[in-house]
Design a protein around this ligand. Structure first.
Ligand code: SF4
Length: 475
């Protein structure tokens, strides 16, 4: 099957010497929407494809090509969970986590450098300041100074998110590298051969994985361990430590979030206030919400979080698990097993649908996080595979159609509150699942497929373009 090829738009646009803004104007949309298409983060609607074909004087088929990479990925299963749970600075995986990873690698190979320079191009140059790309680069190279140059003029770029890093010693350039931040925190160094993502899981549908686990009489987290490498458990220990750290920092933090919306951090207040007639249930909701707000606010402030499965949705899974550890004294090992099951569900969604708000709306980010948190909690309670599946299915089903419409493009409103609501919903999904699991009609695989279709039918205004929904409200 032919697949949309974003490179075609870049080639045609640069060949005609049009900037993203010029092309956006012709189509009556923003340059940000064009940038998303070119990054492969969203796909033009049929109407926009027709308009693009008209502008460039080509046929619609020009924007499609047989996708060997996609075919390859579809045939060979799923990537490692190392690629799902990433520890890095918020608020955006492509503008902060990707650049941070690149700088860490570059710093490690230039330990004797006494100065660095980072030149940002394309979208990184145009929106990097708002997303805090400059700050994250300087923090990563610190205490060694790093000069940041925003080159917003350079066109004809092979990718919309590019940066070139330089290392210096005694005023002499000793190393340089160009890096593409290709989305989801993933990076590609220029010159690297473009290879499809490496699959470490042979299976990618829940039904198949569940059948395998039942046959071998193992739990879902054991299936994860069977497929990951020897260092994976240790990595998951680091992931859980980073999640807990984000909750604790967030509960201790106060003040106003950066970006100009004047959003106050509320986790600490939520944690310490008390309802006038507080029941156990009210308290549970308040605590879980406080933990979700804590992580969401740390993400929005550009602090370190874990993508679960993304930066914007990073608060849901830790909120549910942190609450359970406090309440029921689960060990770190118990929680890590739950995190592995959650990661498996997130990976199934990522592989068969999407975890990107730009591609499928917030149902793909917060909806996926809710499914992961439900699965984690059901695993923690040692529920059966059927109940784990049903809990995750309920969680995602009731996020179907949820739009991504962050005000001013900042990951604050509605994102932070949405994490808290999803965390409460995850707990309810597990409760419902434990009673009704044997009467269900819809499988997890089916709801994942539906989420993908719903996301692709969604208007681009509701897919991280800040052009529709809540994003249009002036605050
Ligand atoms: S609204 Fe958009 S940016 Fe915010 S959490 Fe949802 S998907 Fe992420």
């Amino acid at each position: 099957m032919d697949c949309f090829n974003p490179q075609r738009i870049i080639e045609l646009r640069t060949h005609r010497k049009l900037s993203q803004k010029d092309l956006g104007k012709r189509l009556g949309i923003t340059d940000r929407a064009i940038s998303k298409w070119e990054q492969g983060l969203s796909t033009p609607s049929s109407r926009h494809l027709l308009e693009l074909a008209k502008v460039f004087g080509v046929s619609v088929e020009t924007f499609f090509s047989p996708s060997e990479t996609k075919k390859e990925t579809e045939q060979t299963g799923m990537e490692s969970l190392y690629e799902l749970y990433k520890i890095g600075r918020g608020p955006s995986s492509s503008h902060t986590i990707g650049p941070e990873r690149a700088c860490k690698i570059f710093k490690e190979r230039n330990v004797d450098a006494d100065a660095y320079k980072a030149v940002l191009y394309g979208s990184l140059a145009k929106t990097g300041k708002g997303h805090g790309t400059d700050a994250v680069i300087q923090k990563t190279f610190s205490p060694v100074p790093c000069e940041i140059v925003l080159d917003t003029l350079k066109s004809d770029l092979p990718h919309p998110n590019i940066m070139t890093l330089y290392a210096f010693q005694d005023g002499r350039e000793v190393d340089t590298v160009t890096v593409y931040s290709v989305g989801g925190g993933s990076i590609v160094f220029e010159g690297d051969v473009q290879t499809p993502p490496r699959s470490v899981y042979a299976l990618k549908r829940f039904d198949d994985i569940a059948a395998y686990c039942k046959k071998k009489d193992i739990r879902l987290w054991e299936y994860v361990l069977e497929n990951e490498d020897a260092g994976f458990y240790e990595y998951m220990q680091t992931v859980w430590l980073a999640m807990k750290d984000a909750v604790r920092r967030g509960l201790d933090d106060e003040g106003i979030l950066p970006g100009g919306l004047q959003v106050a951090k509320k986790a600490k207040a939520l944690f310490s206030s008390q309802h006038i007639d507080e029941t156990a249930e009210t308290r549970e909701n308040r605590m879980v919400c406080a933990y979700a707000f804590a992580v969401g606010e740390q993400n929005a402030a550009g602090e370190t979080i874990v993508t679960a499965p993304t930066c914007g949705a990073a608060g849901v899974v830790p909120a549910v698990l942190y609450y359970q550890q406090k309440k029921n004294r689960y060990s770190d090992d118990d929680i890590i097993r739950a995190l592995m099951t959650a990661g498996l569900m997130g990976n199934i969604i990522k592989t068969n649908a999407s975890i990107s708000g730009a591609e499928c709306g917030c149902q793909a980010e917060v909806g996926s996080a809710c499914a992961m948190a439900s699965a984690a909690l059901a695993e923690l309670f040692e529920l059966s595979i059927e109940k784990i599946e049903y809990a995750a299915e309920i969680a995602i089903e009731h996020h179907l159609g949820l739009t991504c419409d962050p005000i001013c493009g900042l990951v604050q409103i509605p994102c932070i509150e949405r994490n808290a609501v999803a965390a409460m919903r995850a707990i309810n999904a597990v409760s419902l699942s434990s009673f009704l699991w044997d009467s269900r009609k819809i499988s997890f695989d089916k709801v994942v497929k539906t989420m993908k279709e719903t996301g692709h039918d969604m208007h681009t205004a509701y897919k991280e373009t800040s052009e529709g929904g809540l994003a249009r409200i002036e605050v």
